[in-house]
Design a protein around this ligand. Structure first.
Ligand code: ZN
Length: 316
């Protein structure tokens, strides 16, 4: 490494002190150690790995380990994260999910591809609604756990998500009210990188369906379409709520999930292993992580029990 390269590497590293460059341009993780010298942005190591797969658009280098020539340093200095955001995130729809560092790979990869490869947010889309969608998803069967193609319809106007068991069926197998839905990516639990869990309430019971699509773009598109339909529904249902308040009530990651031993309701009952799921509103438990129905769910306000269970989960 020559003296000039060392000097440039130090200059590039110093650029992270500028406003906007102190967090990853794509997932907001602090202290980025990488940069794309074709897009002029600073990145965390994980996002730089995704950029590496888009060599036509983005070329990444380590801020510390790589050699930087003068033109690359100047490009990075004259661009940076704030300037890139103004272009590539200029028209991200309000309901659209912006992944965090802790989110799963498919969400982060598709966010990066939608920004820089497909350039989806550079121009406004007008008033075209994105909360309606139809297509096939592979859905996990209740009994044998096999994934089979099912036709899904999302309707923003009806406020429903429906699916059909047979291609020529006139009546849907299930009609799900969009305001009861929570969609959450579950790659580990479902052992599928594009696995999506859709939780909903029907007849006062929490139910789950597990779906995926082989194409990451398609499953993320479904996820955001569900958010869009929910957003429109809530705008009408709660006209006084701000966009920010509504956004906070769209799809949420589960706060905590895991096995615990549970006894009761009778005193003589032995301990059984149950899968507990805690989201912002409910605590539920299931016989199995991929089971369709919850065995029991807590009412909305059980602060003491919630605290106790969170405590136990954190100790596991
Ligand atoms: Zn990142």
């Amino acid at each position: 490494m020559s003296g000039e390269h060392n000097w440039n590497a130090a200059t590039v590293k110093n650029l992270t002190a500028r406003e906007g460059n102190g967090t990853c341009a794509d997932c907001r993780a602090p202290d980025p150690q990488w940069a794309s010298h074709t897009l002029g942005i600073f990145l965390c190591v994980d996002c730089s790995g995704i950029h590496r797969n888009l060599p036509e658009i983005s070329k990444v280098k380590s801020l510390i380990m790589d050699n930087w020539d003068d033109t690359q340093v100047q490009f990075l200095a004259s661009h940076g994260n704030i300037a890139a955001k103004a272009i590539y995130e200029a028209h991200v729809p309000v309901y659209y999910y912006r992944p965090k560092h802790t989110d799963c790979h498919v969400l982060r990869e598709q966010w990066i591809r939608s920004k820089y490869e497909r350039k989806e947010f550079i121009k406004p889309k007008g008033n075209i609604s994105n909360g309606s969608k139809e297509g096939n998803l592979l859905k996990r069967g209740r009994d044998n756990g096999q994934y089979l193609p099912r036709k899904f319809f999302l309707s923003e106007i009806d406020g429903t998500l429906k699916y059909f068991t047979k291609p020529d069926a006139k009546e849907p197998k299930t009609v799900i009210r969009i305001d009861t839905v929570n969609a959450s990516f579950q790659p580990v639990k479902m052992k599928n990188a594009n696995g999506l869990q859709i939780t909903y309430v029907k007849d006062n019971k929490t139910r789950n369906i597990f779906v995926y699509h082989n194409d990451g773009q398609e499953i993320v598109s479904w996820f955001n379409a569900i958010r869009s339909a929910q957003f429109s529904y809530m705008q009408i249902a709660f006209p006084k709520a701000s966009d920010k308040e509504i956004i906070s009530r769209l799809t949420r990651n589960f706060l905590k999930e895991g096995y615990m031993e549970k006894t009761g309701p009778k005193q003589t009952d032995g301990f059984k292993k149950r899968w507990f799921t805690l989201d912002h509103r409910r605590l539920m438990y299931f016989k199995d992580p991929l089971l369709k129905h919850s065995l029991r769910q807590g009412p909305n306000t059980m602060p003491l029990l919630y605290d106790m269970i969170i405590f136990t989960l954190l100790r596991l």
